[in-house]
Ligand binder design. Sequence first.
Ligand code: NAD
Length: 398
Amino acid sequence: MIVKPRVRGFICTTAHPTGCTAHVAAQFDVVGANGDLDTSVKKALVIGCSGGYGLASRIVLTEACSADTIGVSFEKPPSDAKTATAGWYNNVAFDELAAARGRFAKTLDGDAFSDEMKVRVIEEIREHFGQIDMLIYSLASPVRQHPRTGTLHRSVLKPLGEMLDMKSINVDTGEVNQVTLEPGTDEEVANTVAVMGGEDWEFWVDALRDVGALADGFRTLAFTYIGSDLTWPIYWDGTLGKAKEDLDRAASALRDRLQGIGGSARIVSLKSVVTQASVAIPVVPLYVSLLFRVMKQQGSYETLIEHVYRLFATQLNTGAEQRLDEGGRIRVDDLELKDAVQDEVKRLWPLVTSENIDEIADLEGFRNDFLRIFGFGFACVDYDADVDPTLGKDVETF
Ligand code: NAD
């Protein structure tokens, strides 16, 4: 099969098998070049391991911390006629690269919100690890079937209080336009909190603690985005922000519950990057395109993997002095939120139009990052070559 990108709005319905492999390998290379870390994490669980921040965390844990990992994600395998999702290829590549380094890596595909997946993971931990010393919770999902009530909750990306009329961009055409969004209702807030809030993270930690699967000094992290006042109307002050507030609540509750084993639970506020989850948020692609341009010009731009490496190196390494905010969150979004960066993005925001976007924003960088998620745009890959979408795997049993 010859695989080309097929982009529909903010998703690409194809993924390139060897391109995704190249993407994962490139991230391993960046971490390898940055050097080993001493985090004393040796056995870790990563929920949401197949892309974005979860995959990058798993790579840093493997390559820099020499940790063995179990990962959980929800990806679609390939068929003879259709490519798999990018995350499926990423998992295959990750498992192979980890094994080549002598690290144990087991990846489970299925619904992390379900009780069944928690049972499966506990069995794997029992068999291979005994206990884990870190859990990274990096899920981003639009839906959650609640394991206790059976209700299917759908999250929404909406402002709150008032109608929002804001500048945005059509990522397909590059046209700068206005989006008008109705405010979310109380029910929509509750659903979004049910999907992206902290309850499932708590379910995971409680289930693992109850069976003695957490080592003394266990640490768990979940990720948030706070961002600047430019994105607050759609993010922090919107439905998703309410879910992230609930994640803060869960972190504090988990810190109390983990005291007995000297454990900790922290929210990490990360920078905005291009991932499958973030491109779906209105306004964010325009903000990110301007932000990338400004940060590249000012020399403070980091790729996703560099950002996660910095999180581990400066905030999680043994002896690191953590930079916590007043809410007890670890902040590594400091470079994005620097006055010099934000002042410039805010100066450009009212000026950007469909005509000048290529000069004053980094739409090309945004698009390149977007395509790379699906394995496109790597110089080492021959995109005209025939590739086996199954990568030679027995898809049924993999
Ligand atoms: P992503 O879309 O790249 O990855 C999401 C992961 O969740 C994938 O591995 C996917 O397979 C998995 N997943 C989704 N539903 C699942 C399910 N039901 N069961 C098992 N796995 C499932 O997302 P991302 O952007 O890396 O986001 C991860 C976290 O980081 C989120 O909490 C997000 O809010 C946060 N964050 C993202 C950004 C950003 O700009 N992307 C910035 C700051 C914080």
